[in-house]
Design a protein around this ligand. Sequence first.
Ligand SMILES: [Zn+2]
Length: 290
Amino acid sequence: MFAEKNQCPACKTRRMGKPLIKLERFSVYVCDCGVKYLDPSLDEKSQIEIYQNSDSISEINKALEQYYEYEPLRSTSQTARDYDRALTEAGKSVAGRDLCEIGCGTGDFLFFAKSRGWNVFGIDSSTENIEKTRSRGIEGIAENVFRYSSQRRFDVVVLWDVIEHPQDPGKLLAKCHELLKPGGCLLVAIPYDPNLISILATLFYKLSFGKVRGPAAQWYVLEHTSYFSGRGLKGLLERNSFAAVKYWKTETDLARYKFAFLTRLALRVLFGIARILGLQNRSIMVAKKV
Ligand SMILES: [Zn+2]
């Protein structure tokens, strides 16, 4: 279930220092390349198993109980705003409108993109998720992306909350590169670190000599392997033949998660402060295939 490593998953530099934070099931390490990573973290097989449906993911993280039942098109949600801007920016970089999402879940992003005139296709390891995606009139295939083989090529490939999961994010980028047409672009949405929550959580941990772990355990979660800064993600992209075109900060759509009332309220206040300070907890990056 767990994979142990002595190197950074993004740049493969051998680990030298001590962990930044030690939690119950894993430690968080910092690499000079701008990436933080968990050790140990879930191996590839377990990553696939937990993302089969909302029940399996909520076993790992209770806040994700309704993760796949969320419909961002119903409102002017943060998710809908993020989808809209991401598609607008990607659309400026490419001439065609063929788009593929890897790890498409139940097809929220693809459904949104289709309504904006994109020709969409989804790949997800979960048969259940792909059945739901298809029931929404979207073409998709239930397949481990590394086993997916086709002559089909796309103008845009989307990794929405995906790149932070695999043990080898570079291998995933190589697959994206293969699926893109020449001049195509990649759209990557990630949890962004450092942000106000991660800074405060680390501060509480350090000031309490490792005793206050609760806030850190909210941000650093077992389903992720890597946490990227802008520099960390840009570096990973460049090493895998992509050039970052544009990136911007955004924040978690709290409506998508199940939280207790006070936790939600506290997060709303923190998000407001983070917005003022430019320390939001998510980022979206557009990168061109080179
Ligand atoms: Zn690194």
